[in-house]
Design a protein around this ligand. Structure first.
Ligand SMILES: O=C(CO)COP(=O)(O)O
Length: 254
């Protein structure tokens, strides 16, 4: 019922030549958008070129962050208007690295989600607990709070188009992925929180992704879970082969 999504988050990797090479290798190999939605969230510098290279492909291009204001004296920031203008479709909002290192808060995440919808961008909203919160068994409270805060004031008809990525911080880039069953239970908590705020009907439509050390060899275990609709992938999204393998698993994984 929910179309799976495989989204790559390149973070601060690749040169322009490497970005172009990857895009050319992958753009023919991805399935149609009703089978799997495929997204590559690249550094802002490469977005326009990658959008232009993929106009005839199902591969969608996303940004890794953006500012909540449309324009102004915000040196170094990226405007949602400019993203929409060049044809970017998705934007990651509130990645834990942005929260930890670049002062993003639940409040700014919420403003950015509003801005994304205002400018026709699909937000991929990240949530997830730290290692100490995990060890203290606070995961459910943390993700519920983050998701409620991120979606404050967002309309029901918009919420159904939101993508939420559950990324336990201790699993990012560590090679230690969450156990699929456990990640599924956390995603169930997120869906319950969505149902309480926006109703069952909306909650059922929202795509929930798992992120944190997803690789081609563990992707299937996540895709088999009833609450997990895809993955937000860092390291394993950098090589064309491995990205396409993840997509292939998503296509057959349910
Ligand atoms: O942060 C992530 C995706 O946003 C996950 O990164 P890794 O897949 O490299 O663990």
């Amino acid at each position: 019922m929910r179309t799976p999504i495989v989204a790559g988050n390149w973070k601060m990797h690749k040169t322009w030549e490497e970005a172009v090479q990857f895009t050319n290798e992958v753009k023919e190999g991805v399935p149609t958008v009703d089978e799997v939605e495929t997204v590559v969230c690249a550094p802002a510098l490469f977005l326009k070129e990658m959008v232009d290279l993929t106009t005839d492909s199902s591969l969608a291009i996303g940004a890794q962050t953006m500012h909540e204001e449309e324009q102004g004296a915000f040196t170094g920031e990226i405007s949602p208007v400019a993203l929409q203008n060049i044809g970017v479709r998705y934007v990651i909002i509130g990645h834990s690295e942005r929260r930890e290192m670049f002062n993003e808060t639940d409040k700014s995440v919420n403003k950015k989600v509003h801005a994304a919808f205002k400018h026709g961008l699909i937000p991929i909203i990240c949530c997830g607990e730290t290692l100490s919160e995990y060890e203290n068994q606070e995961t459910k409270e943390v993700v519920t709070f983050q998701v409620d805060a991120a979606l404050h004031g967002i309309k029901r008809e918009e919420v159904k188009n939101v993508v939420i990525a559950y990324e336990p911080i201790w699993a990012i880039g560590t090679g230690k992925s969450s156990r699929a069953k456990e990640a599924n239970e956390t995603c169930r908590t997120i869906r319950t929180a969505l149902a309480q705020q926006f109703g069952d009907d909306v909650a059922k439509q929202v795509r929930l992704l798992y992120g944190g050390s997803v690789k081609p060899d563990n992707m299937k275990s996540f895709m088999e879970q009833d609450q997990i609709d895809g993955a937000l992938v860092g390291g394993a999204s950098l090589e064309a082969d491995s990205f396409l393998q993840l997509v292939e698993v998503a296509k057959h994984g349910k």
